[in-house]
Design a binder for this molecule. Structure first.
Ligand SMILES: Cc1cc2nc3c(=O)[nH]c(=O)nc-3n(C[C@H](O)[C@H](O)[C@H](O)COP(=O)(O)OP(=O)(O)OC[C@H]3O[C@@H](n4cnc5c(N)ncnc54)[C@H](O)[C@@H]3O)c2cc1C
Length: 374
């Protein structure tokens, strides 16, 4: 039984970059393969809360992320007409860092890739694994560029449609939850300091809102039922999103008029996959979306990915691999499951309002719970 000394990370997204940085900082040799040759990410907005900022700060990236984004006061629930129903102000857990932050996905990517480059962590782009074999004390891996290597541990950080998960957990697949999400970036009104969620639109099984991203930008989102999981013609996306925003008042109704360019609309059907405990088999472990992809109802996907990374690196630095993986699960499983199942529940309540609970109370409870240390 020995500690991990060299680790392979599959996937250079949020979880993969965060765990590579965290492991390097603990003195563990780590390398990353990322299948996307240009390492690009969509220009969408990402909403994060104090637990994400705290976890990112633990790997030395918190202040850079805050500087790259727009800190705001918290979440508000509004009526369809735009009247405020409830305010959930954020509570910061780290001195000097905000509780709620909006930033663009490229800005977050820039922060993480910048740190990886600064630390000199090897990243091979346009490369994935071809095969891997668990030897009991490590993993032998062949890569798509014809090379091969041996590692003490392989970490699958390859997202919601994980190829690593497909090899070891064949039955686990993301399932369509019944809803889709529409996003579009528009100018930020100078006085906007909250993320607003408009709820209660009659016969509309979803919600809509906006969140500041930078001093100049905010993004509008709509989450709603999409019966039959339809595919939309690219040229129709702006009209489709506009239709879903009809009937909203307040700032949302006004801002929605700027949704005109179909090529700038990002639409995603919501597909979730929450793996049971454990997320590891032998010397292969999953973290981030590959282990627990949820819907965006709580804005916690990126936070769960970075928390996984920090906790896994802490445990691997302190214990032999087998004990570290078990300790990692003990610290992560219930928390990630709570986020995943609560996110899905919020969507179900939107689709079945006749049997819905209280979304404001559930969101408030989760925000408070997640502000507690991991
Ligand atoms: C449109 C959209 C908006 C979102 N908004 C929010 C938000 O507001 N707040 C929030 O917290 N979360 C949000 N999320 C969720 C959040 O982005 C994810 O939870 C988070 O990115 C998970 O990180 P990850 O590293 O596990 O996966 P990803 O970030 O998806 O990274 C996976 C990486 O693995 C690579 N990869 C895939 N397959 C392979 C392979 N076989 N070999 C090598 N590399 C591979 C991919 O190219 C990618 O770089 C959003 C997601 C989407 C799609």
């Amino acid at each position: 039984m020995s500690k991990a000394q060299n680790v392979l990370v599959i996937g250079g997204g949020v979880a993969g970059l965060a765990v590579a940085i965290a492991l390097h900082q603990k003195g563990v040799a780590v390398e990353v393969v990322e299948k996307n040759a240009d390492w690009s990410v969509y220009h969408v907005g990402i909403i994060v809360q104090s637990n994400f900022i705290r976890a990112l700060d633990q790997i030395g990236c918190g202040k850079a992320a805050v500087a790259a984004g727009f800190p705001y006061k918290g979440a508000r629930f509004l009526s369809t007409g735009g009247e405020i129903i409830a305010e959930l102000p954020g509570v910061s857990e780290v001195d000097g860092l905000p509780s709620d932050l909006g930033l663009t996905r490229p800005a977050l990517h820039e922060v993480l890739t910048g740190k990886v480059k600064e630390l000199g962590i090897p990243v091979r782009l346009g490369v994935s694994f071809e095969t891997f074999e668990d030897t009991g004390s490590g993993v032998n891996v062949t890569f798509t560029d014809g090379t091969s290597g041996s590692y003490d541990l392989m970490i699958g950080c390859d997202g919601n449609y994980s190829a690593v998960r497909k090899v070891l957990w064949r039955e686990a697949k993301p399932a369509f939850t019944g809803q889709g999400v529409w996003r579009y970036n528009v100018p930020r009104p100078a006085n906007l300091e909250w993320s607003d969620l408009y709820i209660g639109k009659p016969n509309f099984h979803g919600k809509a809102g906006y969140c500041p991203l930078t001093p100049e930008e905010m993004y509008i989102f709509v989450v709603c039922e999409e019966p039959g999981n339809p595919r939309f013609a690219p040229e129709s996306l702006a009209d489709e999103m506009q239709q879903r925003l009809q009937g909203y008042g307040g700032l949302l109704g006004e801002a929605a008029k700027a949704i005109t360019d179909p090529s700038l609309v990002v639409y995603r059907p919501l597909e979730a996959c929450i793996m049971p405990d454990p997320w590891y088999q032998g010397r292969v472990v999953l973290i981030g979306d590959s282990a627990h992809s949820a819907t965006p109802h709580l804005g916690q996907g990126a936070a769960m990915a970075v928390e996984d990374a920090v906790v896994l690196a802490e445990e691997l630095a302190a214990k032999d691999v087998e004990s570290a993986l078990r300790a990692f699960m003990d610290r992560r499983f219930e928390r990630a499951k709570l986020v995943g199942t609560s996110s899905i529940k919020l969507g179900e309540w939107e689709m079945h309002p006749e049997s819905a609970g209280d979304p404001v109370a559930l969101t408030d409870m989760i925000r408070r719970k997640l502000a507690e240390p991991v």
